[in-house]
Design a protein around this ligand. Structure first.
Ligand code: ADP
Length: 437
Protein backbone atom coordinates (compact mmCIF):
# COMPACT_ATOMS: atom_id res chain seq x y z
CA UNK A 1 0.00 0.00 0.00
CA UNK A 2 1.41 3.40 -0.92
CA UNK A 3 2.62 5.80 1.71
CA UNK A 4 1.35 8.84 -0.23
CA UNK A 5 -2.28 8.14 0.57
CA UNK A 6 -3.90 10.66 2.94
CA UNK A 7 -4.33 9.53 6.51
CA UNK A 8 -7.77 7.97 7.06
CA UNK A 9 -10.28 9.59 9.38
CA UNK A 10 -10.58 8.07 12.82
CA UNK A 11 -12.97 5.19 13.16
CA UNK A 12 -12.84 4.23 9.48
CA UNK A 13 -11.19 1.16 8.05
CA UNK A 14 -8.13 2.22 6.01
CA UNK A 15 -8.75 -0.37 3.28
CA UNK A 16 -12.30 0.72 2.41
CA UNK A 17 -11.28 4.39 2.24
CA UNK A 18 -8.49 3.64 -0.19
CA UNK A 19 -10.81 1.60 -2.35
CA UNK A 20 -13.24 4.47 -2.40
CA UNK A 21 -10.50 6.93 -3.48
CA UNK A 22 -9.36 4.60 -6.21
CA UNK A 23 -12.89 4.05 -7.42
CA UNK A 24 -13.45 7.79 -7.59
CA UNK A 25 -10.19 8.26 -9.49
CA UNK A 26 -11.18 5.57 -11.98
CA UNK A 27 -14.63 7.10 -12.38
CA UNK A 28 -13.04 10.54 -12.91
CA UNK A 29 -10.68 9.11 -15.49
CA UNK A 30 -13.53 7.41 -17.28
CA UNK A 31 -15.48 10.68 -17.45
CA UNK A 32 -12.39 12.46 -18.69
CA UNK A 33 -11.80 9.87 -21.41
CA UNK A 34 -15.44 10.06 -22.49
CA UNK A 35 -15.13 13.84 -22.63
CA UNK A 36 -11.91 13.71 -24.67
CA UNK A 37 -13.49 11.22 -27.05
CA UNK A 38 -16.43 13.56 -27.54
CA UNK A 39 -14.12 16.55 -28.11
CA UNK A 40 -12.14 14.60 -30.73
CA UNK A 41 -15.40 13.61 -32.40
CA UNK A 42 -16.63 17.22 -32.34
CA UNK A 43 -13.38 18.42 -33.82
CA UNK A 44 -13.87 16.00 -36.72
CA UNK A 45 -17.47 17.09 -37.29
CA UNK A 46 -16.51 20.78 -37.16
CA UNK A 47 -13.77 20.25 -39.71
CA UNK A 48 -16.13 18.57 -42.13
CA UNK A 49 -18.79 21.30 -42.14
CA UNK A 50 -18.28 24.52 -44.01
CA UNK A 51 -21.76 26.01 -43.74
CA UNK A 52 -22.23 28.44 -40.90
CA UNK A 53 -25.84 27.45 -40.00
CA UNK A 54 -25.26 23.70 -39.41
CA UNK A 55 -21.93 24.50 -37.77
CA UNK A 56 -23.50 26.77 -35.14
CA UNK A 57 -26.10 24.10 -34.51
CA UNK A 58 -23.42 21.46 -33.78
CA UNK A 59 -21.28 23.75 -31.64
CA UNK A 60 -24.16 24.87 -29.44
CA UNK A 61 -25.61 21.38 -29.12
CA UNK A 62 -22.30 19.79 -28.06
CA UNK A 63 -21.44 22.65 -25.72
CA UNK A 64 -24.70 22.38 -23.79
CA UNK A 65 -24.30 18.60 -23.66
CA UNK A 66 -20.70 18.61 -22.38
CA UNK A 67 -21.13 21.41 -19.85
CA UNK A 68 -24.59 20.20 -18.80
CA UNK A 69 -26.23 23.57 -19.35
CA UNK A 70 -29.68 24.68 -20.49
CA UNK A 71 -28.60 26.82 -23.44
CA UNK A 72 -25.60 27.97 -25.43
CA UNK A 73 -25.47 31.16 -27.50
CA UNK A 74 -22.90 32.27 -30.01
CA UNK A 75 -22.49 35.99 -30.53
CA UNK A 76 -20.39 37.18 -33.46
CA UNK A 77 -18.69 40.55 -33.71
CA UNK A 78 -19.96 42.83 -36.50
CA UNK A 79 -17.41 45.31 -37.67
CA UNK A 80 -19.81 47.89 -39.18
CA UNK A 81 -21.85 48.36 -36.03
CA UNK A 82 -19.18 47.37 -33.49
CA UNK A 83 -21.78 45.13 -31.78
CA UNK A 84 -22.06 41.46 -30.85
CA UNK A 85 -25.00 39.71 -32.48
CA UNK A 86 -26.73 36.50 -31.30
CA UNK A 87 -26.55 33.82 -34.00
CA UNK A 88 -29.49 31.50 -34.67
CA UNK A 89 -29.51 27.93 -33.29
CA UNK A 90 -32.00 25.58 -31.63
CA UNK A 91 -29.87 25.58 -28.45
CA UNK A 92 -29.52 29.37 -28.27
CA UNK A 93 -31.67 32.20 -27.04
CA UNK A 94 -32.04 35.76 -28.33
CA UNK A 95 -31.50 35.13 -32.06
CA UNK A 96 -30.80 38.35 -33.97
CA UNK A 97 -30.42 40.63 -30.90
CA UNK A 98 -27.31 42.82 -30.95
CA UNK A 99 -25.48 43.80 -27.74
CA UNK A 100 -23.21 46.74 -27.14
CA UNK A 101 -19.63 45.84 -26.27
CA UNK A 102 -19.49 48.50 -23.61
CA UNK A 103 -22.56 47.55 -21.56
CA UNK A 104 -23.06 43.80 -21.80
CA UNK A 105 -21.66 40.64 -20.20
CA UNK A 106 -20.72 39.30 -23.64
CA UNK A 107 -18.96 42.62 -24.30
CA UNK A 108 -16.95 42.15 -21.13
CA UNK A 109 -15.79 38.71 -22.30
CA UNK A 110 -14.97 40.18 -25.71
CA UNK A 111 -12.94 43.05 -24.26
CA UNK A 112 -11.13 41.01 -21.61
CA UNK A 113 -10.43 38.11 -24.00
CA UNK A 114 -10.86 35.80 -20.99
CA UNK A 115 -13.62 33.58 -19.62
CA UNK A 116 -16.09 35.41 -17.38
CA UNK A 117 -18.37 33.61 -14.92
CA UNK A 118 -21.49 35.38 -13.60
CA UNK A 119 -23.20 33.21 -11.00
CA UNK A 120 -26.21 35.47 -10.56
CA UNK A 121 -26.94 37.49 -13.67
CA UNK A 122 -29.91 39.33 -12.22
CA UNK A 123 -27.59 41.02 -9.78
CA UNK A 124 -25.30 42.18 -12.57
CA UNK A 125 -26.06 45.60 -14.12
CA UNK A 126 -24.57 44.50 -17.44
CA UNK A 127 -27.16 41.77 -17.89
CA UNK A 128 -29.59 42.40 -20.73
CA UNK A 129 -33.09 41.11 -19.90
CA UNK A 130 -34.31 41.63 -23.48
CA UNK A 131 -33.05 38.16 -24.42
CA UNK A 132 -35.17 36.50 -21.73
CA UNK A 133 -38.18 38.60 -22.66
CA UNK A 134 -38.17 37.69 -26.37
CA UNK A 135 -37.41 34.01 -25.80
CA UNK A 136 -39.53 33.48 -22.68
CA UNK A 137 -36.54 32.15 -20.76
CA UNK A 138 -35.10 32.57 -17.30
CA UNK A 139 -31.36 33.18 -17.30
CA UNK A 140 -29.69 32.61 -13.93
CA UNK A 141 -26.00 32.09 -14.56
CA UNK A 142 -23.69 32.66 -17.53
CA UNK A 143 -20.25 31.36 -18.39
CA UNK A 144 -18.87 33.42 -21.27
CA UNK A 145 -15.72 32.50 -23.23
CA UNK A 146 -14.12 34.42 -26.10
CA UNK A 147 -14.07 32.98 -29.63
CA UNK A 148 -10.55 33.74 -30.68
CA UNK A 149 -8.25 32.97 -33.57
CA UNK A 150 -4.61 33.76 -32.87
CA UNK A 151 -4.84 37.32 -31.53
CA UNK A 152 -8.18 38.20 -33.03
CA UNK A 153 -11.47 37.85 -31.13
CA UNK A 154 -14.37 37.13 -33.49
CA UNK A 155 -17.12 36.73 -30.92
CA UNK A 156 -18.26 35.15 -27.66
CA UNK A 157 -19.80 31.85 -26.61
CA UNK A 158 -22.17 31.96 -23.65
CA UNK A 159 -23.20 28.88 -21.69
CA UNK A 160 -26.37 29.51 -19.74
CA UNK A 161 -27.71 27.94 -16.51
CA UNK A 162 -25.61 25.04 -15.25
CA UNK A 163 -27.97 22.18 -14.45
CA UNK A 164 -26.03 21.03 -11.33
CA UNK A 165 -26.84 22.73 -8.01
CA UNK A 166 -23.35 23.99 -7.20
CA UNK A 167 -23.06 25.80 -10.52
CA UNK A 168 -20.22 26.09 -13.02
CA UNK A 169 -16.90 24.47 -12.14
CA UNK A 170 -13.31 25.03 -13.15
CA UNK A 171 -13.68 22.04 -15.43
CA UNK A 172 -16.59 23.69 -17.26
CA UNK A 173 -14.37 26.69 -17.95
CA UNK A 174 -11.76 24.36 -19.39
CA UNK A 175 -14.28 22.50 -21.56
CA UNK A 176 -15.85 25.74 -22.78
CA UNK A 177 -12.42 27.18 -23.65
CA UNK A 178 -11.45 24.08 -25.65
CA UNK A 179 -14.75 24.05 -27.52
CA UNK A 180 -14.60 27.80 -28.17
CA UNK A 181 -11.12 27.48 -29.70
CA UNK A 182 -12.32 24.82 -32.14
CA UNK A 183 -15.56 26.65 -32.83
CA UNK A 184 -13.73 29.90 -33.64
CA UNK A 185 -11.60 28.25 -36.33
CA UNK A 186 -14.58 26.43 -37.82
CA UNK A 187 -16.73 29.59 -37.86
CA UNK A 188 -13.96 31.62 -39.46
CA UNK A 189 -13.43 28.96 -42.15
CA UNK A 190 -17.15 28.86 -42.88
CA UNK A 191 -17.22 32.66 -43.17
CA UNK A 192 -14.22 32.68 -45.51
CA UNK A 193 -15.84 30.05 -47.72
CA UNK A 194 -19.07 32.07 -47.76
CA UNK A 195 -17.20 35.29 -48.66
CA UNK A 196 -15.36 33.49 -51.48
CA UNK A 197 -18.59 31.99 -52.78
CA UNK A 198 -20.24 35.39 -52.68
CA UNK A 199 -17.34 36.95 -54.57
CA UNK A 200 -17.60 34.19 -57.19
CA UNK A 201 -21.34 34.73 -57.51
CA UNK A 202 -20.86 38.48 -57.94
CA UNK A 203 -18.21 37.86 -60.59
CA UNK A 204 -20.46 35.40 -62.40
CA UNK A 205 -23.28 37.95 -62.35
CA UNK A 206 -20.96 40.66 -63.71
CA UNK A 207 -19.83 38.29 -66.42
CA UNK A 208 -23.43 37.50 -67.29
CA UNK A 209 -24.27 41.22 -67.50
CA UNK A 210 -21.21 41.85 -69.67
CA UNK A 211 -22.21 39.04 -72.01
CA UNK A 212 -25.77 40.27 -72.18
CA UNK A 213 -24.59 43.79 -72.93
CA UNK A 214 -22.19 42.59 -75.63
CA UNK A 215 -24.90 40.48 -77.17
CA UNK A 216 -27.56 43.23 -77.18
CA UNK A 217 -25.12 45.93 -78.29
CA UNK A 218 -23.74 43.89 -81.15
CA UNK A 219 -27.19 42.88 -82.29
CA UNK A 220 -28.51 46.45 -82.19
CA UNK A 221 -25.46 47.80 -84.01
CA UNK A 222 -25.54 45.29 -86.82
CA UNK A 223 -28.74 46.49 -88.50
CA UNK A 224 -27.94 50.23 -88.82
CA UNK A 225 -24.43 49.29 -89.90
CA UNK A 226 -25.77 47.08 -92.68
CA UNK A 227 -27.83 50.06 -93.89
CA UNK A 228 -24.74 52.33 -93.88
CA UNK A 229 -22.71 49.72 -95.77
CA UNK A 230 -25.50 49.19 -98.31
CA UNK A 231 -26.07 52.90 -99.06
CA UNK A 232 -22.37 53.77 -99.09
CA UNK A 233 -21.54 51.09 -101.67
CA UNK A 234 -24.64 51.99 -103.73
CA UNK A 235 -23.59 55.65 -103.79
CA UNK A 236 -19.93 54.87 -104.47
CA UNK A 237 -20.89 53.26 -107.77
CA UNK A 238 -22.92 56.31 -108.86
CA UNK A 239 -20.84 59.36 -107.88
CA UNK A 240 -17.74 61.03 -109.29
CA UNK A 241 -14.11 60.09 -108.51
CA UNK A 242 -13.59 62.49 -105.59
CA UNK A 243 -16.75 61.54 -103.74
CA UNK A 244 -16.13 57.92 -104.52
CA UNK A 245 -12.77 58.11 -102.66
CA UNK A 246 -14.49 59.63 -99.64
CA UNK A 247 -17.16 56.96 -99.72
CA UNK A 248 -14.40 54.34 -99.86
CA UNK A 249 -13.17 55.66 -96.47
CA UNK A 250 -16.72 55.47 -95.07
CA UNK A 251 -16.99 51.93 -96.34
CA UNK A 252 -13.68 50.79 -94.91
CA UNK A 253 -14.47 52.27 -91.48
CA UNK A 254 -17.90 50.65 -91.50
CA UNK A 255 -16.30 47.32 -92.44
CA UNK A 256 -13.88 47.58 -89.50
CA UNK A 257 -16.82 48.24 -87.22
CA UNK A 258 -18.64 45.23 -88.65
CA UNK A 259 -15.62 42.98 -88.08
CA UNK A 260 -15.51 44.15 -84.49
CA UNK A 261 -19.18 43.41 -83.95
CA UNK A 262 -18.75 40.02 -85.62
CA UNK A 263 -15.89 39.27 -83.20
CA UNK A 264 -18.04 40.13 -80.21
CA UNK A 265 -20.88 37.97 -81.49
CA UNK A 266 -18.56 35.07 -82.27
CA UNK A 267 -17.14 35.21 -78.77
CA UNK A 268 -20.63 35.20 -77.30
CA UNK A 269 -21.49 32.10 -79.30
CA UNK A 270 -18.29 30.34 -78.26
CA UNK A 271 -18.92 31.11 -74.60
CA UNK A 272 -22.58 30.20 -74.55
CA UNK A 273 -21.79 26.85 -76.18
CA UNK A 274 -24.51 27.31 -78.77
CA UNK A 275 -22.28 26.67 -81.79
CA UNK A 276 -23.15 23.88 -84.20
CA UNK A 277 -20.50 22.42 -86.46
CA UNK A 278 -21.38 22.43 -90.19
CA UNK A 279 -18.98 19.71 -91.27
CA UNK A 280 -17.55 19.45 -94.79
CA UNK A 281 -14.32 18.05 -96.20
CA UNK A 282 -12.02 20.73 -97.57
CA UNK A 283 -8.35 21.48 -98.21
CA UNK A 284 -6.46 23.38 -95.52
CA UNK A 285 -3.94 24.45 -98.15
CA UNK A 286 -6.65 26.09 -100.21
CA UNK A 287 -8.08 27.81 -97.14
CA UNK A 288 -4.68 29.20 -96.12
CA UNK A 289 -4.14 30.48 -99.67
CA UNK A 290 -7.56 32.18 -99.60
CA UNK A 291 -6.79 33.91 -96.29
CA UNK A 292 -3.40 35.10 -97.55
CA UNK A 293 -5.08 36.53 -100.62
CA UNK A 294 -7.50 38.47 -98.40
CA UNK A 295 -4.56 40.02 -96.56
CA UNK A 296 -2.46 40.54 -99.70
CA UNK A 297 -2.70 44.36 -99.61
CA UNK A 298 -1.46 44.52 -96.01
CA UNK A 299 1.35 42.05 -96.70
CA UNK A 300 2.55 44.09 -99.67
CA UNK A 301 2.19 47.38 -97.78
CA UNK A 302 4.55 46.10 -95.05
CA UNK A 303 6.90 44.37 -97.53
CA UNK A 304 6.50 41.10 -95.59
CA UNK A 305 7.83 37.84 -96.97
CA UNK A 306 5.35 35.00 -96.57
CA UNK A 307 6.08 31.33 -97.18
CA UNK A 308 3.68 28.38 -97.05
CA UNK A 309 5.39 25.09 -96.31
CA UNK A 310 3.86 21.63 -96.64
CA UNK A 311 5.30 18.82 -94.58
CA UNK A 312 3.69 15.99 -96.49
CA UNK A 313 4.75 16.69 -100.06
CA UNK A 314 3.91 19.75 -102.13
CA UNK A 315 0.92 18.34 -103.94
CA UNK A 316 -0.91 17.21 -100.79
CA UNK A 317 -3.97 19.45 -100.23
CA UNK A 318 -4.08 18.54 -96.46
CA UNK A 319 -7.76 17.65 -96.39
CA UNK A 320 -9.73 17.95 -93.19
CA UNK A 321 -13.30 17.32 -92.10
CA UNK A 322 -14.36 20.39 -90.13
CA UNK A 323 -16.52 23.53 -90.13
CA UNK A 324 -14.87 25.60 -92.88
CA UNK A 325 -16.20 28.99 -91.73
CA UNK A 326 -14.89 28.46 -88.22
CA UNK A 327 -11.51 27.17 -89.37
CA UNK A 328 -11.35 30.24 -91.64
CA UNK A 329 -11.78 32.44 -88.57
CA UNK A 330 -8.92 30.59 -86.82
CA UNK A 331 -6.50 30.97 -89.72
CA UNK A 332 -7.55 34.55 -90.51
CA UNK A 333 -7.10 35.71 -86.90
CA UNK A 334 -3.69 34.07 -86.53
CA UNK A 335 -2.39 35.39 -89.86
CA UNK A 336 -3.83 38.84 -89.18
CA UNK A 337 -1.97 38.93 -85.83
CA UNK A 338 1.26 37.73 -87.44
CA UNK A 339 0.99 40.57 -89.98
CA UNK A 340 0.00 43.14 -87.36
CA UNK A 341 2.78 42.37 -84.89
CA UNK A 342 5.62 41.94 -87.42
CA UNK A 343 7.51 45.02 -88.54
CA UNK A 344 8.32 45.91 -92.14
CA UNK A 345 10.30 43.37 -94.19
CA UNK A 346 9.66 40.67 -91.60
CA UNK A 347 9.00 37.00 -92.37
CA UNK A 348 5.93 34.85 -91.85
CA UNK A 349 6.08 31.08 -92.25
CA UNK A 350 2.88 29.04 -92.49
CA UNK A 351 3.47 25.27 -92.11
CA UNK A 352 0.86 22.60 -92.71
CA UNK A 353 1.09 18.90 -92.07
CA UNK A 354 -0.60 15.75 -90.84
CA UNK A 355 0.46 13.59 -87.89
CA UNK A 356 -1.27 10.84 -85.83
CA UNK A 357 -4.79 11.69 -86.95
CA UNK A 358 -4.26 15.44 -86.52
CA UNK A 359 -3.72 18.27 -88.97
CA UNK A 360 -1.29 20.81 -87.66
CA UNK A 361 -1.08 24.41 -88.72
CA UNK A 362 1.85 26.50 -87.57
CA UNK A 363 2.08 30.24 -88.09
CA UNK A 364 5.47 31.67 -87.18
CA UNK A 365 6.52 35.30 -87.45
CA UNK A 366 9.60 37.39 -86.78
CA UNK A 367 7.57 40.05 -84.97
CA UNK A 368 7.68 41.71 -81.57
CA UNK A 369 7.09 38.45 -79.63
CA UNK A 370 5.17 37.94 -76.39
CA UNK A 371 6.67 37.97 -72.87
CA UNK A 372 6.64 34.45 -71.35
CA UNK A 373 4.37 35.33 -68.43
CA UNK A 374 1.67 36.46 -70.85
CA UNK A 375 1.58 33.31 -72.97
CA UNK A 376 -1.58 32.08 -71.24
CA UNK A 377 -3.21 35.44 -70.64
CA UNK A 378 -3.39 36.36 -74.33
CA UNK A 379 -6.15 33.77 -74.73
CA UNK A 380 -8.36 35.59 -72.19
CA UNK A 381 -11.17 37.93 -73.34
CA UNK A 382 -10.03 41.47 -74.10
CA UNK A 383 -6.45 40.77 -73.01
CA UNK A 384 -3.69 42.62 -74.82
CA UNK A 385 0.00 42.75 -74.01
CA UNK A 386 -0.06 46.50 -74.62
CA UNK A 387 -3.18 48.11 -73.20
CA UNK A 388 -5.55 49.58 -75.84
CA UNK A 389 -5.20 53.23 -74.98
CA UNK A 390 -1.42 53.34 -75.20
CA UNK A 391 -0.86 50.72 -77.83
CA UNK A 392 0.39 51.06 -81.38
CA UNK A 393 -1.73 48.26 -82.81
CA UNK A 394 -5.40 48.03 -83.67
CA UNK A 395 -7.68 45.41 -82.10
CA UNK A 396 -9.55 44.81 -78.87
CA UNK A 397 -8.17 41.49 -77.69
CA UNK A 398 -10.92 39.17 -78.88
CA UNK A 399 -9.14 37.35 -81.72
CA UNK A 400 -7.30 34.72 -79.68
CA UNK A 401 -10.20 33.82 -77.33
CA UNK A 402 -12.32 33.25 -80.44
CA UNK A 403 -9.56 31.18 -82.06
CA UNK A 404 -9.17 29.08 -78.90
CA UNK A 405 -12.95 28.57 -78.65
CA UNK A 406 -13.21 27.51 -82.30
CA UNK A 407 -10.24 25.14 -81.94
CA UNK A 408 -11.73 23.57 -78.83
CA UNK A 409 -15.17 22.91 -80.28
CA UNK A 410 -13.30 20.94 -82.95
CA UNK A 411 -11.64 19.01 -80.08
CA UNK A 412 -8.30 20.51 -81.08
CA UNK A 413 -5.51 22.30 -79.23
CA UNK A 414 -3.65 25.57 -79.61
CA UNK A 415 -0.22 26.39 -78.19
CA UNK A 416 2.11 29.35 -78.38
CA UNK A 417 5.87 29.63 -78.28
CA UNK A 418 7.40 33.06 -78.35
CA UNK A 419 10.48 35.02 -77.39
CA UNK A 420 10.05 38.73 -76.75
CA UNK A 421 11.69 40.74 -79.53
CA UNK A 422 12.36 37.66 -81.65
CA UNK A 423 8.97 36.40 -82.86
CA UNK A 424 6.02 34.14 -82.13
CA UNK A 425 4.78 30.77 -83.26
CA UNK A 426 1.19 29.58 -82.83
CA UNK A 427 0.50 25.87 -83.41
CA UNK A 428 -3.02 24.53 -83.94
CA UNK A 429 -3.70 20.78 -83.86
CA UNK A 430 -7.07 19.73 -85.31
CA UNK A 431 -8.47 16.19 -85.65
CA UNK A 432 -8.48 15.10 -89.31
CA UNK A 433 -12.07 14.01 -88.85
CA UNK A 434 -14.59 14.87 -86.14
CA UNK A 435 -15.88 11.31 -86.08
CA UNK A 436 -12.50 9.98 -85.01
CA UNK A 437 -11.84 12.84 -82.56
P1 ADP B 1 -5.96 41.76 -80.71
O1 ADP B 1 -4.98 41.32 -81.74
O2 ADP B 1 -7.25 42.23 -81.27
O3 ADP B 1 -5.38 42.71 -79.72
P2 ADP B 1 -5.91 38.97 -79.87
O4 ADP B 1 -6.80 38.27 -78.91
O5 ADP B 1 -5.85 38.44 -81.25
O6 ADP B 1 -6.37 40.48 -79.85
O7 ADP B 1 -4.46 38.97 -79.28
C1 ADP B 1 -4.25 39.34 -77.92
C2 ADP B 1 -2.86 39.92 -77.72
O8 ADP B 1 -1.87 38.90 -77.91
C3 ADP B 1 -2.48 41.00 -78.72
O9 ADP B 1 -3.01 42.25 -78.34
C4 ADP B 1 -0.98 40.95 -78.65
O10 ADP B 1 -0.55 41.66 -77.52
C5 ADP B 1 -0.69 39.46 -78.46
N1 ADP B 1 -0.40 38.77 -79.71
C6 ADP B 1 -1.22 37.96 -80.42
N2 ADP B 1 -0.60 37.48 -81.52
C7 ADP B 1 0.64 37.98 -81.52
C8 ADP B 1 1.78 37.86 -82.38
N3 ADP B 1 1.75 37.09 -83.48
N4 ADP B 1 2.90 38.53 -82.04
C9 ADP B 1 2.94 39.29 -80.94
N5 ADP B 1 1.91 39.46 -80.07
C10 ADP B 1 0.78 38.82 -80.37
Amino acid sequence: MSKDVDAPDQGQRPGSDLEETNEKKIADLETRIAYLERVAEVSQILNSTLELGPLLEIITQVSTELTKTEACSILLYEEESGELRFMPSTFAKGEGIALSIETSIAGLVFKRVKPVLIRDVKADPRWNRQVDQVSDFDTRSILGVPLKIKNQVIGVMELVNKRAENGFTQEDIQIATTLAAQAAVAIENARLVKDTQQAYEELAELDRLKNEFVSIASHELRTPLAVILGYASFLRDRVGKEESEQLEIVLSSAMKLRNLIDDMMNLRHVQSNDLQLQLTIFSMLELVTEVLLEFQTLIVAKSLRVKVELHEGDDDPVNIEADRQKIYLIVANLISNAIKFTSESGFILVSLGRRDGYIYLRIADTGIGIPKKQHEKIFEDFYQVERSLTRRFEGIGLGLPIVKGMVEIHKGKITVESVEGRGSQFTVMLPVSQELA
